[in-house]
Write a protein that binds this ligand. Sequence first.
Ligand code: ADP
Ligand code: 5GP
Length: 213
Amino acid sequence: MQNNQTNADSVRYLPPYERRGAVFVLSGPSGVGKDAVLQELRKLRPDLRKALTATTREPREGEVAGKDYLFWTVEQFQAHVNAGDMLEWAEVYGNLYGTPIASVEEARQGGNDVLLKVDVQGAASARALGRSARLIFLAPPSLEELANRLRGRATDSDEDVARRLKTALHEMTRLPEFDYVVVNDDLRLAAEQVAAIITAEQCRVSGIARLAE
Ligand code: ADP
Ligand code: 5GP
């Protein structure tokens, strides 16, 4: 009797159903390895879409416009902010960074899950996307290692590195605002943990909607 009841109930929740595309926000201090993890993650989960974000900073060596970032002038950036085109934006170390709404919509087309790489201030604004936004904090194994990575990147001056480290200490205090934390010690393991979080979120019952009957 009990079994029949359970079966009858569960039948109502079997497919057909559809998943709503979710938004995953990968954040953490500058130099922690967000780009490196995203690159690794793309190998594990090629289905995930990355929303292209915009910046007013100069491209680093090897960076490609329209792939790594949309490289905008300050005037172009401000025009997009004034037009209400940005989902979130922030001034990070003297440059403007932000996520155009169009980038997220484009990436989300067809029910795809979308990944955003956003600084710690901008991550909270991404909550405005709705309850489906999941915030993942990428943390360094230690402050010393974060300093090594920032210096190793060799694109920032000593002054910039010192400023980023000081900011990182403050950013770590915002950890409780996030849903998940992954320590980026071993790169592959960190990417696997992010992939596992995404897989678990994709299996959430609250993330599916039954198709209209
Ligand atoms: P972010 O995007 O967070 O600013 P990057 O992805 O540019 O950081 O990484 C900063 C530097 O640290 C790069 O030189 C990168 O190769 C290195 N790095 C990233 N993750 C690791 C890791 N797990 N172990 C060692 N070095 C790493
Ligand atoms: P970088 O210049 O090293 O690529 O990025 C510097 C910082 O800007 C990083 O902490 C990065 O997460 C942040 N950032 C990159 N894109 C965006 C974005 O679209 N929005 C916000 N708020 N921050 C971003």
